[in-house]
Structures are given as structure tokens and as C-alpha cells.
Ligand binder design. Structure first.
Ligand SMILES: Cc1ncc(COP(=O)(O)O)c(C=O)c1O
Length: 364
């Protein structure tokens, strides 16, 4: 076995779902599993999240993929539909869609709606998607009047800065959301992971956790473990080769890293082609047989090199941990890459096999 593997622990996933329920006990949970469930494998994650109240994806195709895999629970498409074909597909597959602009309302009216339930999005300051506060009541009236509407549309908005504790921007967004939706029927949803953690007043009828479900902190300077969460992904690979270096030996493209002392170098089967970021600097931590090693030289497409230390007893075939345990959280690796954990998780590439485990044992 020489390929990088992402082990996906569904017990950890369910633990995190439970932690989120404890934090927002009166709210239903719309579990966000877009972008291949943040790189974890969308269908397997959906199957393991049977206790969530609904699932959210970004695109209609993602919703169809879930239905074709036999997922029967409510699914919300966060970006909604962009043409009449998508509207038809959403209806056919019972995908609830978010309506965020006038063009979508017109499409709905021209086609008598999709037949599936709808969510109406308000822009409270993110300035990405959603009706303005001035347009909102009229947009709501038009959706309620669609002949195929089964229930009052849900009411939704999205935080821009909930990861900042005691953010005035978030308070203003919450105020605007409550004020604009006051008196309208329909369930409300505002809180993402950071909103769930930092802004209890934003929990309302539905919360929409993404990152926290996967055991990762949305708050800079904290890890998932600090928040009582367990990492779901454990990204690892195998030692492909070792070599002994003398002082002055260089490693990898551009000869950027040079041995300052005699040492043992490890080469492992993982590179930016697997989603391990090219931007990671020398010294980025890895763990080999439970011991620390530091990245040496540039990340290549299929391989990385690291300093094992002169007295290392690591052997070809040993496991190399890239991120995912409490000693090596993805939050720390993302900070080293000057990125965010969202990006690192989403970029774990297709050629990395996802091994789905529960209680540490492979399923099936
Ligand atoms: C509309 C919407 N709601 C909820 C989420 C989940 O956010 P998080 O992963 O920060 O919990 C996202 C993610 O980007 C989103 O776009």
C-alpha cells in the first residue's frame, strides 16, 4: 500500500452532530455536505448523518447524486436553480431550493414553482446572495402565491463574520434578519458553525453546521478538540523510501532544503496531486510512527520529503500522518499553508481513497 488515504470516522461525525445538538437543542439541523462533504465523501457522509433533520448542498447536481445513492431525507440546494431545466430536476428529485434573486422568482412563476419546498434568502450584509430587506416582503408574497407551494417558504440568511467573537457585524446581521422576517410565517435559519458556537440568539428554528460537523474549528486560534469536537478525517500515507544525508546534501526541486547535520530523510507518497498544499513551508509537522518529523524542501506532485532525525528507526511501509489527529489538527496545517481548514479538506483529491470506518473498524 503506497497511496495516501483519508480515513473517515463516522463515529466522530455522529459525536460532532451530538455536540451541535447540545449547543442548539431547540433547533433542527441542516447538515452542510456540499463540495463532496468538505472533501470527506458526500454519499458516505450523508448515509452516516441519518440523524440530521436535512442535508444541504450547493448545486442541483449534488442533490441528484444523493438521491441516486438512495438518500431520502430533505435536501436543500443552497445556490438554488439557474434555469428551467434545473427547476424541473429539482422538482423531480424533491430538492428544496433557495431563492435568492428576482430572476429565480420569475422562473418559478413561469413554471408554477418546482413542486418542492423553497427557502427565501435575505442579504443581511454578506453581499453575496439574497434579496434586499426592501424587496423581501414582496419576494415572499410571490413565493407564497406559487400554485405548487406546499408550505410557507423557509427564511434564510448567512453570516459574514460569525467566527469573530462578539462581532458587531454579526449582531447587526441578526438584528436585520429578525426585523425583516418578523411577522412572516416560515421557519428561519441563520447560524453556520461559527454562529452556533458564538451567537446563541441566532440558532432559531434551523442551524446549518458544516465545518464543525467534521470536527474542525471555524474559529481561528482554536482547534476542534478545544470545542469538544473530534476530527472526522485522518489523512495519512506511507513511507516510500529513506536515505541518509550528510551535511550540505540538498533535497528536492530547487535544492531549497539543505542538511545542516547528518540526518535521515523520509520520502512519502503524497503531494499536491493528493491535496497536500504546495504552499506548506519547511518544517511543517508530520508524524511518523507517533514521532514528529518536519517537511524538508518543496512539496512535489506525488511526494514529500521530511527530516526524520539521525536516530529515527522509521522503515519503508510505516505510516506517515499528514493531519487529522489531536496531535496534528488540520487547523495547524492550514495555518502553516496560510490557508483555512475548509480549503485543505475540500482539496483532498479524488485519487485519495476514502476509507469509511466506524469505531476504528472499516465498514463492510
Ligand atoms: C449558506 C451556507 N450555510 C452554511 C454553511 C456552513 O458553514 P460552516 O462550514 O462554516 O459551518 C455554508 C458554508 O459555506 C453556507 O454557504
Amino acid at each position: 500500500m503506497s497511496a495516501a488515504t483519508a480515513r473517515i470516522d463516522t463515529d466522530a461525525l455522529r459525536h460532532n452532530l451530538g455536540q451541535i445538538r447540545n449547543r442548539a437543542p431547540a433547533s433542527k439541523i441542516m447538515a452542510v455536505i456540499k463540495a463532496n462533504a468538505y472533501g470527506h465523501g458526500m454519499v458516505a457522509i450523508a448515509q452516516a448523518l441519518a440523524d440530521a433533520d436535512s442535508l444541504a448542498v450547493a448545486r442541483v447536481e449534488e442533490g441528484i447524486q444523493l438521491r441516486e445513492a438512495g438518500i431520502a431525507c430533505p435536501i436543500v440546494v443552497l445556490e438554488g436553480i439557474c434555469n428551467a431545466d434545473e427547476l424541473g430536476l429539482a422538482g423531480q428529485h424533491s430538492l428544496e431550493t433557495v431563492v435568492h434573486c428576482r430572476e429565480q422568482i420569475i422562473l418559478m412563476e413561469q413554471n408554477s414553482g418546482s413542486g418542492a419546498d423553497l427557502w427565501l434568502k435575505l442579504d443581511t450584509g454578506m453581499n453575496r446572495l439574497g434579496s434586499t430587506a426592501e424587496e423581501f416582503a414582496e419576494a415572499h408574497r410571490r413565493l407564497v402565491n406559487l400554485p405548487s407551494a406546499n408550505r410557507d417558504p423557509g427564511l434564510m440568511s448567512h453570516f459574514s463574520s460569525a467566527d469573530v467573537a462578539e462581532s458587531e457585524t454579526s449582531q447587526e446581521q441578526l438584528r436585520k434578519f429578525l426585523e425583516t422576517t418578523a411577522g412572516l410565517p416560515g421557519e428561519r435559519s441563520l447560524a453556520n458553525s461559527a454562529g452556533i458556537l458564538n451567537i446563541p440568539a441566532s440558532h432559531l428554528e434551523w442551524v446549518r453546521p458544516g465545518l464543525s460537523l467534521y470536527g474542525v474549528s471555524p474559529v481561528a486560534g482554536k482547534t476542534g478538540q478545544d470545542l469538544g469536537l473530534r476530527p472526522v478525517m485522518r489523512f495519512s500515507t506511507w513511507l516510500l523510501a529513506t536515505r541518509n544525508l550528510v551535511v550540505g546534501d540538498t533535497v528536492g526541486y530547487g535544492c531549497r532544503w539543505q542538511a545542516a547535520r547528518p540526518t535521515r530523510l523520509g520520502i512519502a507518497a503524497c503531494g499536491y496531486g493528493d491535496g497536500y498544499p504546495w504552499a506548506l513551508p519547511e518544517g511543517t509537522p508530520l508524524r511518523v510512527k507517533g514521532k514528529h518529523a518536519g517537511l524538508a524542501g518543496r512539496v512535489s506532485m506525488d511526494m514529500i520529503a521530511f527530516d526524520l532525525g539521525a536516530d529515527s528507526d522509521a522503515r519503508i511501509g510505516d505510516e506517515v500522518l499528514l493531519w487529522g489527529e489531536t496531535e496534528l489538527p488540520v487547523e495547524e496545517i492550514a495555518a502553516a499553508a496560510q490557508s483555512i481548514p475548509y480549503e485543505l479538506l475540500c482539496r483532498v483529491s479524488e485519487r485519495v481513497s476514502r476509507e469509511i470506518v466506524t469505531s476504528q473498524a472499516p465498514i463492510g
